[in-house]
Write a protein that binds this ligand. Structure first.
Ligand code: FNR
Length: 343
């Protein structure tokens, strides 16, 4: 059970000894194998063109939206990423504060370096979901789920694309995993590789929280998610860190959205770097997008303040892109906004 300490955040002071600045930056940046998918996540946005509308009185623009009924100030949330104390001493507490200040959703990772209690206390009114990796020891996972539910987390995000960790060459070169495991006495892979669709029922038996499945890339799996009664899915390829050669998430979005229709909410992460990327993802059917690495760069730069700045830049860019495209609010964003036939 002590191995699980890190996942409940018992570690409060990351000792940077085995982890120099370039080493951690490489862990944040790294992708699987030749990084084709990581790169394509970004490049795919550059192939999409808008069909902007003019002369529509753009004096008032509203970026607000909702996630499973909870209002957020704009459709960009924080994707789950691990080890925020590598980036900033206050770690996930800074992340929680910045997300709350910007009134958006923070998906807290199982791999958090602050305790979930500390994260909740850092921003008591913040809107948070908890990302779950299922431990081989199911009892530990059950305890964790109940703990985050009691703390007021409002959703459970099950990551589906990591039965094993992808082969990230930079991390192998840097011995990243070995360093972390040695430092904390962790087993090399605590994640249960046997997880499957039936485990959705198991999770539902543990919690009343809505379940969102992260890592869907095909219409077949989107259909299965709907049939298993989850409330949302995140189209994601883990930032290109798992299967190299998988599709860019923006390219996978349309078939997923077409399959799901209105049965549940569809979100996306991967490669979002500008407000116009956000607008493209919404135009192709995402209800909201999440950012991974930009959060880590903001935290590394200046903790809570740096992350707020990242979110503010994306907010302002989205607002401007909406104005220039002729969208007053998110309900006016749809496929008509992009040159769909060229995709
Ligand atoms: C991740 N991601 C991730 N996903 C998850 O479900 N649990 C986790 O603990 C992590 N940890 C993690 C660490 C680092 C350093 C990265 C870069 C990514 C994946 C993450 O949630 C998201 O899918 C991608 O980061 C989105 O792509 P961008 O925005 O980084 O391009």
């Amino acid at each position: 059970a002590s191995h699980f300490a890190i996942f409940s955040g018992a570690i409060n002071s990351w000792i940077p000894s085995p982890c120099s600045f370039p080493l951690k930056c490489q862990w944040y940046a790294s992708g699987a194998d030749e990084c084709c998918t990581r790169e394509d996540n970004i490049l795919a946005y550059k192939r999409i063109r808008f069909r902007p509308r003019m002369l529509r009185d753009m004096s008032v623009i509203d970026t607000k939206t909702t996630l499973l009924g909870t209002e957020i100030s704009f459709p960009v949330g924080i994707a789950p990423t691990g080890f925020h104390q590598l980036a900033w001493p206050d770690g996930e507490k800074s992340t929680a504060r910045a997300a709350a200040a910007m009134n958006t959703c923070y998906i807290t990772s199982t791999y958090s370096t602050c305790a979930v209690e500390e994260i909740a206390a850092a921003a008591p009114r913040g809107f948070r979901w908890f990302q779950l990796y299922i431990h081989r020891n199911r009892a530990l996972t059950a305890q964790l789920v109940q703990r985050v539910e009691a703390l007021g987390f409002q959703g459970l995000v099950l990551t589906a694309d990591l039965p094993y960790t992808g082969k990230r060459r930079a991390d192998i070169h840097n011995n990243f995993q070995e360093n972390i495991c040695t430092e904390y006495g962790l087993p090399p892979n605590f994640i249960d590789p046997s997880i499957n669709w039936n485990d959705i029922y198991w999770l539902k038996s543990l919690t009343r929280l809505p379940i969102i499945v992260k890592g869907i890339l095909t219409r077949e799996d989107a259909d299965l998610a709907a049939r298993h009664g989850v409330q949302g899915i995140i189209v994601s390829n883990h930032g290109g860190r798992q299967l190299d050669g998988g599709p860019a998430t923006i390219d996978a979005l349309v078939e997923v959205v077409d399959m799901v229709q209105d049965k549940m909410e569809v979100y996306l992460d991967g490669g979002i770097r500008t407000g116009s990327d956000v607008l493209k993802a919404l135009a192709l059917g995402a209800k909201c997008v999440f950012i991974g690495r930009p959060v880590l760069w903001g935290l590394t730069y200046k903790g809570e303040e740096g992350l707020r700045e990242v979110l503010q830049i994306l907010h302002d860019e989205l607002r401007l892109s909406m104005a220039l495209a002729g969208c007053h609010n998110v309900t006016e964003i749809g496929r008509h906004l992009v040159q769909f036939s060229k995709l």
